[in-house]
Structures are given as C-alpha cells and as structure tokens.
Design a protein around this ligand. Structure first.
Ligand SMILES: NC(=O)NC1=NC(=O)NC1=O
Length: 174
C-alpha cells in the first residue's frame, strides 16, 4: 500500500489498518487521521510521534501500561496481539529457560512496582540477552528517565509496525 492509498482510506479503514501500530492505543491512530494527507510514511510516523510527545506524563505512562510484559502472562496464555506475539517470538521470549522466565517475571515485577508502568523495549531490535540486561539496568533508573526511554521504544515499535504494513505487498494491500 503506498502513501496515496493511505490518504484515500476512510476513517474506519484507516483505524482498522493502523489502529495497533501503538499497542492497544487506537485512539492515537484515530487522532492522527485528521492530519492527513500524509506526504510519506515518515510524515505519518511523525504525526504519531508528535501526538505522543504532546501528551502529558500521565498519557505517556498510559501508553506504556497498554504494553504486555515481555515473556509475561499474555505470552503464556496466548493472549498477545498478533504483532506482539511475532515481536516477542522474534526476540526469543517464547523460548526462554525456566530460569530466564523466572528472572524476567521477577525483574518485570520489580520494575512495575518501582515505576507504575511496565518495562517496554522494541523486541525486534533486541535479543533476550540485551532485553534482560536492559531490564535489569533500567530498574536502577529514575521514573522520568524510564518514561522517556519507554516512549522512545514505543516509537521504534510503531515505526517497524508501520513499515510492515506499508512496505509489504501481502494481505495488507487494500
Ligand atoms: N513490554 C514490551 O516491551 N512489550 C513489547 N515490546 C515489543 O516489541 N513487543 C511487545 O509486546
């Protein structure tokens, strides 16, 4: 699908197509629809990024809270979104040893207890060793640092999801 096809989408088709580029936050997609026409993929991505940046801290933390834990309950139960399942599997989150699973669960809980939102990282740009190391180090950070780092990871996840939607000629082609 090229950018002119994106601009020609009805509101419903736009949200059906792009509603999960930020995990479980279709409101972001619904909001940026009014900023069309987009001159490029980068412009659509920038509109999403700008919308996120304009949110108050509570809104940014809300976005982070919409993300499933890495190697967490949703993965175990099979209730991840298609995108998250693919991303987490790609980073080996579905092939951890029992010790690694336990360490991820413990660190995720420590992190959430400290910050009030989950640890978020772009799984497609990391492997399990990096993820475990970053999670462990992030538990020592300040809240503002982790909010900003998490939101930057959300933007990386969003960019890769947009690219997958726009650059494939597969089923997504309208
Ligand atoms: N807590 C998370 O970072 N979750 C995720 N990162 C991804 O790239 N996909 C996810 O589900």
């Amino acid at each position: 699908m090229d950018i002119s096809a994106v601009n020609a989408l009805s509101y419903e088709d736009f949200v059906n197509t792009f509603g999960n580029v930020v995990e479980k936050c279709p409101v972001i997609t619904a909001a940026v629809w009014s900023r069309r026409p987009f001159v490029s993929l980068n412009a659509l991505e920038a509109a999403i990024s700008d919308f996120i940046d304009e949110l108050p801290e509570s809104g940014k933390e809300g976005i982070l809270r919409c993300h499933p834990d890495l190697a967490g309950r949703d993965l175990q139960r099979g209730t991840l979104t298609r995108e998250s399942r693919q991303e987490q599997a790609g980073a080996g989150m579905d092939a951890l040893t029992s010790g690694e699973t336990e360490r991820m669960a413990r660190l995720n809980e420590v992190y959430k207890k400290r910050f009030g939102f989950p640890f978020v990282i772009c799984a497609r740009m990391n492997d399990k060793a990096n993820i475990l190391r970053q999670l462990s180090e992030s538990c020592q950070n300040e809240r503002a640092v982790e909010r900003a780092r998490g939101i930057e990871e959300v933007k990386k996840i969003c960019r890769l999801r947009l690219q997958s939607l726009l650059l494939t000629d597969g089923a997504n082609k309208l």
